[in-house]
Design a protein around this ligand. Structure first.
Ligand code: SAM
Ligand code: SF4
Length: 335
């Protein structure tokens, strides 16, 4: 029997999950993610859709079983469905277990049916608040109604939805229970994320940071949270909420070290491979990708990079005004 290809890092972790940022652009300007006047990359620096396809395919041939497209906002990249449809062939062949995306939901009404037809079965939609006014403030440019229409379309298309919410002090801090009731009532899982110090955002991150340990403690005063082994291949740890019957996930990069079981790497829209979200070390894959039509150079660059995957991140949010732990924005590396 031939064994499946695998990539294994120096700490024995199998890397089978690739997140690809297909664009650094976005139609929102979430306060914890971007500055309002972001400077985006020149188009020529971006990998073309064909190059992204080739890159993803090479990773799949090397053992990636789960592929998540992200950004920026993946659905604002021009002709993005061409890439998604093309990548769907790896689901058909059985080489890939899952093709999914993280989206702000603004374009879902337009794309939900196409996504399903391409083989996508689940999407993560980021919504931090259900208060339309607050939503407009947090996203700066977003409209909650449009996202809600996207969620309806996703459901009609047959897509599973997980809601991601970044826990933000003073913003949604007192809304977590009602968001959970809503999500579970709609049949959506809800995952809470701690803010991470990524990129300069005009403002102080210590103002935004809300430890999930505190959120959980508060929730436990009114709800029964039962830890469950459910995993989606990502870093979230889940509980089942007895009162709602739904699942609640916690992604706690700050309060908990979630690196031991890290199975993922990230590629930016310019073809830079980051072996860890919280470290600056990276490998350029664009040059080997463009240097020849064959994949030898690309394969060698990936192998070399995986052999440098670090043990963990160095996030700390403590000093007011301290520089971000990592200078690039989440929209560049992809969340
Ligand atoms: N635009 C898409 C979206 O918002 O879902 C995909 C890209 S976005 C960068 C991916 C996820 O990262 C979102 O859930 C977003 O809330 C989260 N995110 C962005 N900046 C973050 C930060 N500094 N700390 C924690 N999560 C962050
Ligand atoms: Fe855009 Fe997503 Fe960043 Fe918000 S979190 S600005 S939607 S990339």
């Amino acid at each position: 029997m031939t064994s499946l290809p695998t990539m294994v890092d120096p700490f024995g972790r199998t890397v089978d999950y690739l997140r690809v940022s297909v664009t650094d652009r976005c139609d929102f300007r979430c306060v914890y993610c971007m500055a309002e006047d972001m400077t985006f990359l020149p188009k020529r620096d971006l990998l073309s859709l064909e190059e992204l396809d080739r890159l993803c395919t090479t990773f799949i041939e090397k053992g990636v079983r789960k592929l998540r497209l992200t950004g920026g906002e993946p659905l604002v990249r021009k002709n993005i469905m061409e890439l998604i449809r093309s990548l769907g062939r790896h689901l058909d062949s059985g080489a890939l277990d899952e093709l999914t995306l993280t989206t702000n939901g603004s374009q879902l009404a337009r794309y939900a049916d196409d996504l399903y037809a391409a083989g996508v079965r689940r999407v993560n939609v980021s919504i931090d608040t259900l208060d339309a006014q607050k939503f407009a403030t947090v996203t700066r440019w977003g409209r909650l109604g449009q996202v809600m229409e996207g969620l309806d379309a996703a459901r009609r298309a047959g897509l599973g939805v997980k809601i991601n919410a970044v826990a933000l002090k003073d913003v949604n801090e007192h809304e977590i229970t009602s968001m959970m009731d809503w999500a579970h009532g709609e049949g959506f899982d809800l995952t809470l994320i701690e803010t991470m110090p990524l990129g300069d955002i005009e403002g102080d991150r210590t103002d935004q940071y809300l430890p999930l340990s505190l959120v959980r403690q508060r929730l436990e005063e009114t709800h029964t949270l039962k830890p469950i082994p459910h995993r989606t291949g990502g870093p979230a740890r889940y509980v089942e909420v007895a009162e709602t019957g739904g699942r609640l996930g916690f992604i706690t990069p700050m309060t908990h070290n979630f690196c031991e079981s890290c199975n993922r790497v990230r590629v930016t829209c310019t073809g830079t491979l980051y072996m860890c979200l919280g470290q600056d070390d990276a490998a350029d894959l664009r040059e080997p990708l463009r240097a020849s039509e064959g994949n030898e150079l690309l394969n060698a660059a990936i192998d070399e990079a995986i052999s440098r995957k670090p043990k963990g991140h160095d996030f700390v949010i403590e000093r007011a005004g301290a520089a971000p732990a990592v200078s690039r924005h989440m929209s560049v590396t992809g969340g």
